[in-house]
Write a protein that binds this ligand. Structure first.
Ligand SMILES: [Zn+2]
Length: 207
């Protein structure tokens, strides 16, 4: 079987959540068990996850500018594990809209405690967790259906609606199928400042 591969920046010793199947996420650390081979150590079982080691990319573009690029199976999802403070201290911008349905209905989970008892935070890109009693930044791996391309039709069959309350106008905007759905997806979660923050974190972890 031929696996397609994708290049990704990883940092030795940093922690990542990785998964092939969203129901089987593993918290791992990038380690270097052999002179040139890298692998993910499952922090719960203390075993290496990948059957074959990862090796640094030898692609000339990668080796010249950046020595931490690896080629991995493109089906493997990898998400940086942020520190608690980074999730709590993210820039906060007041929300202008929220989805009518609860975040838990979209499979979103609290990035800190993993529970589903939450509501939309008053801040963009955040949820309010009743368990943690805090506004917490959503990361990609905790974003449920929003962490992948959203098949709106399929989501509809599962009973999900993307109708939103516009807080300025105080009206419900019904999810338009088709051309506007793209706009909805893009404007969800991330406002510009948060994007910059995420970029900053990514840069920090990849140096
Ligand atoms: Zn929580």
């Amino acid at each position: 079987m031929i696996f397609k591969r994708k290049s990704i920046k990883l940092v030795l010793g940093c922690d990542y959540t990785i998964w092939y199947n969203p129901l089987k996420k593993m918290n791992c650390r990038l380690i270097q068990p052999t002179e040139k081979g890298y692998n993910f150590l499952n922090l719960d079982t203390n075993k290496c996850v990948l059957k074959y080691h990862l090796y640094k990319s030898k692609c000339s573009e990668h080796t010249e500018n950046d020595k931490t690029v690896f080629w991995v199976n493109e089906n493997l999802k990898i998400s940086t594990i942020y520190r608690k403070e980074e999730l709590l201290d993210a820039p906060k911008v007041l929300r202008t809209h929220y989805y009518c349905m609860n975040p838990a209905d979209y499979d979103i989970e609290c990035p800190l405690c993993g529970q589903h008892t939450m509501s939309w935070s008053e801040y963009e890109g955040h949820i309010w967790c009743y368990h943690c009693q805090k506004d917490i930044l959503l990361t990609w791996k905790n974003s449920g259906v929003f962490s992948g391309p959203i098949p709106i039709g399929t989501a509809g069959l599962l009973g999900m609606s993307f109708d939103r309350v516009d807080m300025d106008e105080n009206i419900i905007k019904f999810n338009p199928l088709g051309e506007n759905s793209k706009k909805y997806n893009e404007s969800w979660v991330k406002d510009k400042k948060l994007n910059e923050y995420e970029k900053e974190l990514n840069e920090k972890y990849s140096n």
